[in-house]
Design a binder for this molecule. Structure first.
Ligand code: SPV
Ligand code: MG
Length: 552
């Protein structure tokens, strides 16, 4: 069977909504629908438990800042309706005013509304441009026959059998009395209207109850008790009404609430007085379904290091720099006017890592970047790298990056590492032979892995670390560790446990990170190797500092 296409799916969603609205109108129970005027209020109506929505002309107009006099065009209303329909799974009965013209305009509106997921339309027998029923007296009514033709045209043009057309009788509003209301209702019913809305602006329900008594069960009848709001709802039920529309109270409640908050803030020149009176922004996120978006982002976006931490080891002086590192550690030497560490932290930040902890040692007070946390390894001179890492145990919570403080790398390294599912992942340069040193006074950490780098996309096995260190024989070197690794939550736990074990067996001092990695690999811990090809550097001497400037 062929896959359903998008418009089939949309049609079936709309069809379900039309069937729901029809079911409500035809059910023997008295049903209630609540006004909404945009996506937000539509969500609130659904959240409250209502089964349907009244898309009020008055409220949609007011929300747009215009009068209920067809000042918003029907296509502008259509756009609002689309948001409402997308925001809620409830069937929407639209206040179609007078149908925005003659039968022809209504035909088009019925089809466009259906395409946007609307379940039904209510049209009133007045003239375009309409006037709200509660304004003035003796509003002119539409010619009855012309209005019947409009109903017929609407029914003939609907794209789905269950789409509902409700005919709104304004005879009582216009002062014509019950007989005229019944005469018109009968004609509209004959013309094919699915239900009659009998409107009244009296403060009591007498005239609508009289209408209901006379009308009997010829068709479903809809009431709008905006003006006769003191009538108990049981009266409508006993009189046989089919549906009640609570027509404009979300819009009016919003005006009350917005005025209160706005005036208070204006008066107080402060938010404090209103903060507890309004919903929190996280309520707003919940209502708009941000959880679903976060879930979708996890499925569809490339992985980012958002939420990951970084621990940067920056305790060493960098003795090959001589006087230059007398009053500051190597990581604070400037690269194009900014400390090397600043550059490194910025790379992490751009990759989504927010929380950076720097382990300080030599001239620790010189490491004073405003947006980092620091811990100190006061015994850095004899302690070594793992002892520095041990000082940052609290920050060593996965997901977490560990990096030397004297490296720079392209930000995409982080994206590459985020793709790894391993608990410990190291980044190694497969092009290590291409790297040169002016002074030759450098220490390079080579890696031996379960397989060398391969350019073939057919290679599916990840490479894992076998051992790391400066003394790896040349024919065993598959790459050079860049000084960057990533630990998952579990990986961070493994490293913390290993540091504890190392401390306990007395071998903490002098141990470097490659030795720690080798120890873990030898114990069977899988350490994934992500190969890169250049695009990073470490700063060991003055020439490296110049290279770092060029690298940026
Ligand atoms: C609307 O909500 O726009 C209506 C109902 O038409 S009423 O304003 O009560 O006439
Ligand atoms: Mg209206």
């Amino acid at each position: 069977m062929a896959e359903p296409n998008r418009s089939d799916v949309e049609n079936s969603v709309t069809r379900r909504k039309t069937t729901l609205l029809k079911g409500m109108l035809q059910s023997p129970e008295l049903e209630f629908i609540m006004e909404a005027h945009n996506g937000l209020s539509a969500k609130i109506v659904e959240e409250a438990g209502f089964k349907g929505i009244w898309a009020s002309g008055l409220s949609m107009s007011a929300a747009l800042g215009v009068r209920d006099s067809n000042e918003a065009s029907w296509t502008q209303v259509l756009d609002v309706l689309e948001f409402m329909s997308d925001a809620s799974s409830l069937p929407i009965l639209v206040d179609g005013d007078t149908g925005w013209g003659n039968f022809n305009n209504l035909r088009r509106a019925v089809q466009k509304f259906h395409q946007r997921g609307i379940a039904g339309i209510c049209i009133e027998d007045k003239l375009f441009p309409k006037t709200n029923s509660f304004i003035g007296e003796g509003q002119p009514l539409a010619d009855m026959d012309e209005f019947c033709g409009k109903i017929k045209a609407g029914k003939d043009s609907q794209l789905d059998d269950d789409f509902q057309i409700v005919a709104r009788v304004e005879a009582l509003i216009a002062g014509w009395g019950l007989d005229e209301a019944l005469r018109r209702a009968e004609a509209y019913h004959e013309a094919g209207a699915d239900a009659i809305l009998i409107h009244s602006k009296k403060s009591t329900s007498d005239e609508v109850v009289s209408f209901l008594r006379e009308w009997g069960d010829r068709s479903p009848v809809v009431l709008v008790p905006t003006k006769y709001y003191t009538t108990p709802t049981s009266v409508f039920e006993e009189a046989g009404a089919s549906m009640v529309i609570w027509a404009n109270h979300n819009m009016r409640a919003a005006i009350t609430a917005m005025r209160e908050a706005t005036n208070r803030i204006f008066r107080d020149k402060s938010l404090e007085g209103v903060e507890r009176e309004v919903v929190t922004v996280s309520d707003v996120f919940d209502l708009m379904g941000n959880a679903e978006l976060a879930d979708a982002e996890r499925r569809y976006l490339p992985k980012r290091a958002d939420g990951a931490r970084a621990v940067v080891l920056a305790a060493s002086r960098g003795s090959s720099f001589g006087d230059m590192t007398e009053d500051k550690p190597k990581c604070m030497l400037e690269v194009r006017g900014q400390p090397l560490l600043r550059r490194l932290v910025d790379i992490f930040r751009a990759g989504g890592v927010r929380d950076v902890t720097v382990v300080r040692g030599h001239r620790k007070e010189a490491i004073n970047l405003p947006d980092i946390s620091t811990v100190d390894n006061d015994l850095y001179e004899r302690g070594g790298e793992v002892s520095s890492l041990a000082c940052a145990m609290d920050a060593l919570q996965g997901p977490c990056y560990v990096a030397y403080g004297d490296i720079l790398f392209r930000q995409y390294f982080i994206d590459l590492v985020e793709e790894s599912d391993a608990d410990i992942t190291v980044v190694a340069d497969a092009q290590w032979q291409a790297r040169t040193s002016e002074s030759g006074e450098w220490v390079r950490d080579f890696v031996t892995c379960t397989r060398p780098y391969s350019a073939s996309y057919l290679v599916e096995d990840p490479a894992y670390l076998v051992s790391a260190g400066e003394d790896i024989a040349e024919d065993q070197r598959h790459g050079e560790w860049t000084g960057l690794m990533r630990l998952s939550e579990k990986g961070a736990q493994v490293v913390r446990d290993e540091i504890d074990a190392i401390r306990n067996d007395g071998s903490l001092n002098g141990m470097d990170i490659p030795q720690l990695l080798t120890r873990l690999a030898q114990k069977g811990q899988k350490i994934a190797v992500v190969y890169v090809s250049g695009q990073w550097l470490d700063v060991d001497d003055y020439a490296d500092l110049i290279k770092a400037g060029q690298f940026l």
